[in-house]
Design a protein around this ligand. Sequence first.
Ligand code: HEC
Length: 136
Amino acid sequence: MKIVLSLVVAGVTLFGADGYSVYKKQCMQCHVEMIGKQDALKNLKTLKAPPMVEVSNRLKENIIIKEADDDAMKRRVVTAFIKDYIENPDFDYSMCHLGALDRFGVMPSLKGKLTDEERQAVAEWVYDRYSGVTFK
Ligand code: HEC
């Protein structure tokens, strides 16, 4: 078991950053990983940002690829958006509900806090973690 675990850890360091670890270190203090809509509303006062499940689903809803079946293209465009947003958050580019922007304000830039690889990994994690998961 230990050997398997060290192999996994070695694999992660060899082949790039692990998105979930990056999330826990850099995003979790603001974006909760998973919560139902009712609980989110109930706990609105303690939330600092939209839950990550909501962020992921909204981007997938809003970013439309004309080739409807091209999931790989969609994943690429959505992750590129997230990757950029981490360094360049902007009121005009945010796809959050106006109500959420009003409540939370615009995300502060994390420029300089993540490597390019970490931004890529966490963006893919945000996309993949909630595939097929709805916020309700
Ligand atoms: C200090 C708090 C804070 C941290 C840390 C933070 N965010 Fe945010 N984030 C916000 C807030 C507030 C919003 C909502 C307003 C907005 O869209 O800018 C937001 C919005 C976003 C959006 C935009 C969603 C949209 O619909 O346009 C993405 C993508 C995002 N965050 C990803 C991340 C990722 C990935 C990380 C970690 C690498 C992270 N955030 C870390 C506060 C934070």
